[in-house]
Design a protein around this ligand. Structure first.
Ligand code: F0G
Length: 458
């Protein structure tokens, strides 16, 4: 087979800045071993997130010049609304400044003490917004999703038996929504099958619970369905996308992912009454209903990006990039999540650093090593992000200790990715030299963003 090439030419470039290993050691120490605290300029290849980091197309930039900045009823809003509706087929579309703003609105309205939100896996901001409202989030990921290095086609699926059991346990009347995260970010960017969506929808119907989709990476999920699920190989992506959304009563979206936008998001739904309540809160917190915390130009970029992302050449290249890096690492014996996710490559830090226990944050230790060794910024998705304490103050570790290398859309070339693979393999070869970390300062919610750490003395 021929090489799958980047389906774009580069018209505008941005420099990256080089640092030495010694400089990076100093920078990391000053940042208290938390790479969120490092200046982006001090990073060579920034794989912290695929969120808001996409390269926009010339069409999107042209759209930006068309932005209608009217406070109410701007033309850009109607173009945005049409674009979102063409994908979701939902009548009520509410712009927000990003995904978590949508979450804040919907969970403030539907959450509260005694309520439960069940998901395949809730993303960290989603869980935090649920918990902030006083409600509880419950993850019911399928068995395959719990084993990072064992391949399976749809490791993002909900465990439907566990879902049903959990509904019976907490009572359907206490569950305002069931949420399917597609692809499943915290579970490794793994897709959810159409079959699973259908089954979850049937359970939701039986218990009269609305089904919402966390749609951040809907196009990547659709492409996985196309190439992995029987009956979809010949279907165009927009058709698969429409079928996915046909099972949902509503969705939250961060346009910073599968809309190639640098900022933005939305809430969409079928329920008018709920939409009115969301709009009321939107006006207080985000802005008027036709801009929701965004400029008209942002709405244009999203409207265009949502359509561009469904291009099959793009999606083929996108998914292939993740496989390419995963294969290189797996061939060198690096414990990497298999198969590759849609937006990121995940290292299994438990296997990478078996001598570092969960309470010394092996994922974060690996993140730090990748930075000092090669100037690569990754992110820990493990016990630093998701760990909790029991009543005695002992760490309850996360199920998985992962390190995510999220690949910004249309930003890095194949040689950047080759370099990333080289650095990881070199760090793997020297893994015995990596030591664990302990937290010296943290906040009660989303502590990974700001926590300060230091190396454990051996
Ligand atoms: N849901 C999922 C599945 C996400 O991945 C994110 C963001 C959000 C909701 C929240 O959206 O950032 O626009 O407020 N994920 C980013 C990441 C931050 O790096 O994975 P947001």
């Amino acid at each position: 087979m021929q090489t799958i090439i980047e389906p774009f030419r580069i018209k505008s470039v941005e420099p990256i800045y080089f640092t030495t290993k010694e400089e990076r050691e100093t920078i990391l120490r000053a940042a208290h071993f938390n790479t969120f605290r490092i200046k982006a300029r001090d990073v060579l290849i920034d794989l912290l997130t695929d969120s808001g980091t996409s390269a926009m197309s010339s069409n999107q930039w042209a759209g930006i010049m068309q932005g209608d900045e009217s406070y109410a009823g701007s033309e850009s809003f109607f173009r945005f609304e049409n674009s979102v509706r063409s994908i979701t087929n939902m009548p009520y579309i509410i712009p927000t400044h990003q995904g978590r703003a949508s979450e804040k609105i919907i969970f403030s309205i539907l959450g509260g003490k005694g309520k439960y939100f069940i998901s395949n896996t809730l993303f960290d901001t989603t869980r935090a917004n649920i918990e902030f409202s006083g409600a509880e989030g419950i993850d019911c990921i399928c068995e395959e999703g719990k084993h990072p290095t064992i391949p399976a086609p749809f490791k993002g699926n909900m465990d439907t038996v566990l879902l049903q059991k959990t509904i019976e346990q907490v009572g359907a009347e206490n569950i305002p929504l069931i949420i399917m995260t597609i692809t499943n970010n915290s579970g490794g960017g793994q897709p959810v099958s159409m079959q699973n969506l259908r089954e979850v929808k049937a359970i939701c119907k039986q218990y009269k619970i609305p089904l919402y989709i966390d749609a951040c990476r809907f196009a990547e999920n659709a492409y996985f369905i196309k190439i992995r699920e029987e009956g979809y190989a010949q279907k165009p992506i927009p058709e698969i996308v429409r079928e996915m959304f046909s099972y949902a009563d509503g969705c939250t979206m961060s346009a910073k992912k599968d809309a190639f936008a640098n900022i933005g998001g939305f809430l969409a739904m079928h329920d008018l009454d709920l939409a009115l309540r969301c709009r009321n809160l939107l006006i207080i917190t985000e802005g008027f209903t036709t801009y929701g915390g965004l400029a008209g130009r942002d709405l244009e970029a999203i409207a265009i990006g949502l359509q561009e992302i469904m291009d099959e050449h793009y999606l083929q290249y996108r998914i292939r990039s993740m496989e390419y890096l995963t294969e290189k690492l797996a061939n060198a014996g690096v414990p990497v999540m298999q198969p590759a996710g849609g937006h990121a490559v995940y290292l299994d830090a438990k296997q990478f650093l078996p001598n570092i226990p969960a309470n010394q944050y092996p994922g974060q230790a690996l993140v730090c090593a990748l930075y000092t060794h090669g100037g690569i910024r990754a992110v820990e998705i493990g016990s630093l992000m998701f760990g909790k304490y029991d009543e005695a103050g002992k760490l309850i570790p996360a199920q998985l200790e992962l390190v995510r290398l999220a690949i910004p859309r249309r930003v890095y070339t194949q040689s950047h990715i080759d370099y990333v693979a080289e650095v990881i393999i070199e760090v793997f070869e020297k893994r015995d030299q990596i030591s664990g970390l302990k937290i010296i300062e943290e906040t009660p919610l989303l502590r990974h963003f700001t926590a300060k750490l230091k190396p454990v003395e051996n």
